[in-house]
Design a protein around this ligand. Structure first.
Ligand code: ZN
Ligand code: ZN
Length: 218
């Protein structure tokens, strides 16, 4: 036995002559393996036959698992790739949309129903900007604001599941109020409508006011 053969056998690589025929696990045809542990026909590295198919699927699985473990890195990578290959991406997207009109329709419908809250928020920002007001606030800031108001309307003291809180400008935009978060308060729809173009906001913390009214009513 040559030292090369021993080395090869130790690493699990035995020359073609020593490997008997095998049945491919994917296409179930006979093939002659190049390596003793080969399970699929074809060549993994040349991406031919079932070995190529299996290797591609394996790689895709590994990539997916890496993405789930490093979401931030993946996002950063995507962004840099997009910046460097904008033209290519546009071309690809245009072609894909042309080839899959049904999927485009389905995806857009799904994304609208999934992002209804965010779309509504963005539309409110656009509406404020159309009226010539300064400043914006994020959806997270709005959620936090609702939390500080204990999901309660400060005018009628009804809480969220009963009513739906809407965004109200303490100083209305028409009177020169800004669209910053400090000029926003959550009011229920009917209170917001009745307030109209007046300036009104709760001057005490909402929890304090809630307790006071509880004393009066109780
Ligand atoms: Zn095969
Ligand atoms: Zn109200």
């Amino acid at each position: 036995m040559s030292p090369q053969f021993i080395k090869a056998r130790r690493r699990g690589r035995i020359a073609q002559d020593y490997c008997a025929e095998k049945v491919c696990l994917l296409c179930e045809k006979n093939f002659t393996p190049k390596v003793s542990f080969q399970k699929y026909c074809g060549d993994r590295k040349l991406k031919t036959g079932c070995a190529g198919i299996h290797y591609k699927a394996y790689k895709a699985k590994m990539r997916k698992s890496w993405r789930s473990r490093h979401p931030d890195l993946h996002r950063a990578h995507c962004r840099t790739y997009y910046e460097n290959n904008k033209e290519k991406k546009f071309e690809y997207d245009r072609k894909w949309k042309k080839d899959n009109p049904e999927k485009v329709k389905l995806y857009s419908r799904n994304s609208i129903s999934r992002n209804r809250v965010r779309i509504y928020h963005t539309n409110r920002q656009y509406a404020a900007r159309r009226r010539g007001s300064q400043g914006t606030y994020t959806l997270v800031e709005w959620e936090q604001l609702k939390q500080t108001y204990d999901f309660t309307c400060p005018q009628c003291f009804r809480s969220e599941p009963e009513i739906t809180l809407t965004r109200d400008h303490k100083i209305p935009l028409i009177l020169g109020g800004t669209n910053q978060i400090d000029n926003i308060q959550p009011l229920c729809f009917s209170c917001n409508c009745s307030k109209g173009k007046k300036i009104w906001f709760a001057s005490y913390p909402i929890n304090y006011m809630k307790n006071v009214t509880a004393v009066y009513t109780g």
